[in-house]
Design a binder for this molecule. Structure first.
Ligand SMILES: O=C(O)CCC(=O)C(=O)O
Ligand SMILES: [Fe+2]
Length: 173
């Protein structure tokens, strides 16, 4: 749907064929006292798309453009889809990955199942030519997502690194 809305339907098979998937099950324990506590620090997902199913315990928050944390309260049996940096690079910055975090509160544990889709090792993520023109110069150099993961891993202590610092062209996406 996202690819179609950007006129990229013809590239979709190539994109799909170069995607790998990982599933993570996560349990966030309820806080030991009444204070909400951080479950997962503020971040952008590095992959293409994350599809998240949670139990009835909310906790996901998204940072709005005006710097407020917004609580995500999905309807029962619905899924949350989070766009990641790789998808943003593929769309030449047309879509932006949200900054999000998890804050746990209350007395029950939060459980999630996340399907993480990301570019497979060896595939160069490149914005299709349809999305690159004079008005929209290439925002990211073609990159191998596995090498980006390694770069973040090596510089684990530095929270300021992102796809722009790894392979941004200096053009604001
Ligand atoms: O558990 C959640 O609600 C979000 C998890 C998440 O953001 C992540 O694993 O990247
Ligand atoms: Fe995330």
């Amino acid at each position: 749907m996202l690819a179609e809305s950007l006129g990229l339907a013809k590239h979709f098979d190539e994109h799909q064929g170069n995607t790998s998937y990982v599933v993570f099950l996560t349990k966030y324990k309820a806080p030991e006292n009444d204070e909400p506590h951080p479950g997962l620090k503020s971040h952008k997902d590095q992959n293409s798309l994350t599809i998240l199913s949670q139990n009835h315990v909310d906790g996901l928050q998204v940072l709005t453009k005006d710097g407020q944390w917004f609580d995500i309260k999905p309807a029962p049996d619905s899924l949350v889809v989070i766009l990641g940096e790789a998808f943003a690079a593929w769309t030449n910055g047309r879509l932006q990955p949200p900054t999000h975090r998890v804050v746990v509160s209350g007395t029950e544990a939060r459980h999630t199942i996340g399907l993480f889709a990301g570019p497979r090792r060896g595939y160069l993520v490149t914005a299709p030519e349809e999305l690159v023109d004079e008005e929209h110069p290439m925002a990211f150099k073609p990159y191998d997502h596995a090498e980006y993961d390694e770069y973040l891993h090596v510089h684990l202590a530095n929270d300021d690194l992102d796809l722009k610092t790894f392979c941004g062209t200096g053009i604001s996406a």
